[in-house]
Design a protein around this ligand. Structure first.
Ligand SMILES: Nc1ncnc2c1ncn2[C@@H]1O[C@H](COP(=O)(O)OP(=O)(O)OP(=O)(O)O)[C@@H](O)[C@H]1O
Ligand SMILES: [Mg+2]
Ligand SMILES: [Zn+2]
Length: 329
């Protein structure tokens, strides 16, 4: 996992904002509580004086154990009084403390484990999100939903091959809804195939939007755009950028590659697209590929091993019907 400096600094900013917000809110709450319930401040002062008293008792020697027990009891009493005061005034019992988004690291992004300082899972999550939004900003996710998917656009008469487009598309719609509903990080991959304007992008974005709402990270990219970005980074020696894009593509929970086959194809692009797909498949991470190409055309455009990887690992959805674009326009 390697991300660009830009992704790191964006994630650090978000983390700083979270922590500062939690601490500022706690300070404001505290000030209000002190003003409304002066006894709270007194209790806090007494509690902090106890640690000094305890240290003095130990230093003076003698009946240290009894002395410490008395202090501990008093401190417990005061804490109970404090809690009751807060609850009575309608506050949470922890209202004087900041309420951090991550309880593991208090929004610091690092935790101590086995005497080592390691990155907290919340920060890794932020990095993934930032990398994803960097990718999605190249091809913004417009809102497409299952609700807006209208089956009346598809003919209800059989094609020469004996397929009823409306029935087929109803099955595909149900498949996609079920896929989004039961999605997990090792869900199957999908190949959506069919002529232009039949709803491939619409349905894949509907899946993306549902998964984003459920907190999964989704990168939606158009093959020509992303391969152009990668190739430009590579041949201008911007390996930081290239690596960061590749990490985002390979690490997100779902990768959607739209318009496969419309890119300007070079040795670099065909190798790269295979590597990205393959590295996800090896880790059982799902990909949705959309294309206008037939299987035969895919075989002509890409390596045998790429196409057989796709065929072996994807559920295949063949779209039927008549271009919807002119009718919607
Ligand atoms: N069943 C549908 N109901 C309502 N709108 C639809 C439906 N299918 C597609 N559309 C709309 O029609 C337009 C074209 O659809 P979409 O972009 O999904 O086609 P596509 O199969 O991805 O085409 P291409 O292969 O050219 O990329 C979009 O505006 C989309 O929202
Ligand atoms: Mg499309
Ligand atoms: Zn954390």
């Amino acid at each position: 996992m390697s991300y660009s400096d830009a992704v790191y600094s964006k994630a650090y900013n978000l983390l700083d904002n979270r922590r500062n917000r939690a601490e500022n809110e706690a300070q404001a709450r505290k000030n209000k509580i002190y003003a409304d319930i002066p006894r709270v401040k007194e209790i806090e002062n007494e509690l902090s004086s106890f640690s000094v008293k305890a240290a003095k008792a130990v230093f003076a020697g003698g009946e240290v154990k009894t002395q410490l027990e008395i202090l501990a009891n008093k401190s417990a009493e005061l804490k109970a009084e404090l809690e009751a005061l807060l609850l009575n005034a309608g506050y949470d019992k922890n209202a004087l403390e900041p309420s951090y988004t991550c309880v593991l690291c208090s929004d610091r992004g690092v935790i101590e484990k086995d005497n080592k300082t390691i990155t907290c899972s919340c920060f890794k999550e932020l990095l993934r999100e930032c990398a994803c939004s960097e990718i999605n900003s190249l091809s913004p996710l417009e809102l497409s939903t299952f609700e807006a998917f209208d089956l009346s656009y598809y003919p209800d008469t059989d094609t020469p091959e004996g397929v009823n487009p409306k029935k087929r598309m109803a099955q595909i719609l149900n498949y996609c809804k079920a896929y989004a509903q039961s999605f997990n990080k090792t869900s199957k991959s999908i190949l959506m195939r069919g002529a232009t304007g039949l709803g491939k992008t619409h349905l894949s974005l509907s899946i993306a939007n549902e998964l984003l709402l459920r907190g999964f990270s989704v990168a939606y990219v158009s093959a020509p755009d992303i391969l152009f970005q990668l190739e430009r980074a590579h041949f201008s020696y911007d390996y930081d950028k290239e690596q960061s894009l590749i990490s985002a593509l390979t690490d997100c929970d779902l990768l959607i590659i739209d318009d496969l086959g419309t890119e300007f194809s070079t040795n670099y692009t065909t190798t790269q697209i295979y590597n990205i797909f393959n590295s996800r498949i090896l880790r059982s991470k799902p990909v949705i590929i959309n294309t206008n190409l037939t299987i035969k055309e895919l075989e002509e455009a890409y390596s045998q091993r790429f196409v057989s990887r796709i065929m072996g690992n994807c559920d295949k959805l063949d779209f039927y019907g008549k271009d919807i674009r002119p009718r919607k326009a």
